[in-house]
Structures are given as C-alpha cells and as structure tokens.
Design a protein around this ligand. Sequence first.
Ligand code: ADP
Ligand code: MG
Length: 245
Amino acid sequence: MSDSSNMIEIRNLHKSYGDIEVIKGVDLNVKQGEVVVILGPSGSGKSTVLRCINRLEEITSGTIVVDGFDLYAKETDINYVRSEAGMVFQQFNLFPHLSVLQNITIGLIKVRKMDKAEADKIALSLLDKVGLPDKATAYPDQLSGGQKQRVAIARSLAMNPKVILFDEPTSALDPELVGEVLDVMKNLADEGMTMVVVTHEMGFAREVADRVIFIADGVIQEEAAPDEFFSNPKHPRLKDFLGKL
Ligand code: ADP
Ligand code: MG
C-alpha cells in the first residue's frame, strides 16, 4: 500500500545485468526528512540501488515510487522525476570546462529555463551555504576534492530536489577533507532533507542516520536504528563486516 509520508517506496526490486542478478528483492521505504545510510561490502549492489532510484538503470522487476511518482511507469516524465532526486557521486562529475558558478546554474538555465541572473543568485546563495562563497569564478581543477564535492552538492541542491542520493561522497577524498563534506551533509540532514547515503563513514552513520541498512548479496540483510545496528548486529555477515572495520 502506498503511504504518503514515504518519499521513496521500493517494492520487490530485482535488477540483473545480463544473466547475473545483482539485486534480488529489495524492499525499502524512506520517509520524508529521513536519513538512511546504506552499508555493505564492495559489489553488494549499493550503487545499483541508488542508480535505480534515479532511473539511471532500467530495472528487471518491482516498483519504485518517488514522491508519489512511479519511476518506471510509461507516463512518468523521467526528467521531472530525476530532478526530484539529486545524486552526488564519488567522483564529483563536475564539468571541467565550466566555472563553479556555471556548473551550478547549467541545470537551472538549460533544464528549468531560468534566466541567468536568477540562476546566478541561487548559485551564489548555495555556494555560501556549502562554505565556498569566494569560488564562483574558479574552475574545478583549481579546487580540492572536498571543495569539488561541496560544489557538486550545491549543484544538486540548485534543482531543489526532494531527495538527495549520495554514493560514497567522501571515498575519493584525502582523509583531512572528509570532514568538511560530512559537515555540509549533516547540515542538510538537520534542515530536514531526505537523504539516502552509501558511505563507509561509520561516525556519520551513528550520528546522522535515522536508520542504517546492511546490503549483502543483493538483499537487505539487516536494518535498524544506528544504536541497535552497531551495538547489537545480528546477521553473521554484518558481524563479520563490522569486525573488519
Ligand atoms: P556496490 O556499489 O555495492 O559496490 P554495485 O551496485 O556497483 O555494488 O555492483 C553490484 C554488482 O553488479 C557487482 O557485481 C558489479 O560488478 C555488477 N555491475 C554493476 N554495474 C554493472 C554493469 N553496468 N554491467 C554489469 N555488471 C555491473
Ligand atoms: Mg558502489
């Protein structure tokens, strides 16, 4: 049954690449304003699940509803729905030939047809929000990894998404730059943004997540509030995973 307090509803999701099934029946609800952290070993299907929520993949079966829109229904306008769910990638994916400001405004101008002055205004306020008020005219290769990722977050926020999906946003960063990105994410969570975060940052999971999910072998093996999840893991695969950290 559909529940309107759910921002994301995933039902019995299956996804195969060729003959290989990598997602084998995932059910997941994410409520509005909730922060869900997904943990799991490499290759377990974490990125695939996120990509399905943004329809960067075709699914094999199941349903995904985001903000009331069935993502894979024929009548759904994919560009509209994709702009409801922003995505932040490990490798930032900024356009190298565009300035920071242009990276943030391009979606507003090209997709939303906003005029440049209005788009610039939004971009500048978002740069302020992510702590980079003086980087508007810089180019991506002049920024540190942490700064690039904060620009990528600002770019995602510019589209005013209902949900942001983060796929290992700090995994490509030098350790001393991880904190500045996690701080921005923490602020977003405090402001009530709905977030699904794949990360290996256990401190973030403990402190910020409402719920932590462990995926292994393409299914959710365990799911609990952070205290319970970390202090009382039940599944042997999860105990093993946490033991290796
Ligand atoms: P994770 O993010 O948990 O490391 P992924 O979702 O990236 O895992 O991958 C899950 C499985 O699907 C892996 O075995 C991976 O090799 C496979 N896979 C991912 N993307 C593709 C693709 N485009 N084509 C074929 N196999 C893929
Ligand atoms: Mg991945």
